[in-house]
Design a protein around this ligand. Structure first.
Ligand code: TYD
Length: 206
């Protein structure tokens, strides 16, 4: 038995969590057990790493340190949660995965996508998602949604031009891998976005 691995990507505030919940419900209605994981986090060790990464006081954090911390949180999540669930035939939906590192650290921080993949081939054990949905949204829309919710973390405090590089970086990644990454207009309604996702998922599980 082999499970299905889906990741949800997009700039901060793109509505990933809402779509993940709806997708989980879709799988469960079909009788497929489904787990949701979030990055960075999802295991107690990864959550501890997350607290270091997003701590707004650590303004001196080196970009390579940041990349390696995300990769270490991911390595623990993959080995402790994702691979075992897939082996049991479950569906795994991850709120962010390796494409977040490619875009935020590789493109927006300028470390290079190749460097990110090199490191992450170890962190992921080579297991990439079967499908990735990119909820595409203009940077300023995402950040203004976030500002309304809660105190901003270290990444969200970055200037608007950083978030613009993120939004553009996601589009670049989607063009590089049109097989796996499906770009969806996240300015549409929740129902329209969900319908677009389901259409792709039905193709995948056919
Ligand atoms: P989170 O609160 O989970 O953001 P969101 O709710 O928008 O998903 O914080 C994760 C932050 O970390 C987010 O700003 C994106 C960033 N990030 C990276 O820079 N690289 C990565 O590899 C991952 C997984 C996240």
């Amino acid at each position: 038995m082999r499970g299905i691995f889906i990741s949800m990507e997009g700039p901060d505030g793109s509505g990933k969590s809402t779509q993940i919940e709806l997708l989980k419900k879709y799988f469960e209605d079909k009788g497929t057990e489904c787990i949701i994981t979030r990055e960075p986090g999802g295991t107690r060790i990864s959550e501890a790493v997350r607290a270091v990464i997003l701590n707004k006081d650590y303004t001196e954090m080196d970009y390579m340190t940041e990349l390696l911390l995300y990769a270490s949180a991911r390595a623990q999540l993959v080995s402790e949660v994702i691979l075992p669930a897939l082996e049991e035939g479950k569906c795994v939906i991850s709120d962010r995965f390796v494409d977040s590192s490619a875009v935020y650290q590789g493109i927006a921080r300028g470390l290079g996508v190749d460097t990110v993949y090199e490191i992450n081939k170890y962190a992921t054990r080579g297991r990439f998602p079967d499908k990735t949905f990119l909820l595409d949204l203009p940077a300023e829309v995402g950040i203004s949604r976030k500002k309304k919710q809660a105190e901003l973390d270290r990444m969200e405090r970055e200037a608007l031009d950083f978030h613009e590089r993120v939004a553009a970086g996601y589009r670049e990644m989607a063009e590089r891998d049109t097989e796996r990454i499906v770009r969806i207009d996240a300015t549409k309604s929740v129902e329209e976005i969900h319908a677009a996702i389901i259409e792709e998922v039905e193709e995948l599980i056919k």
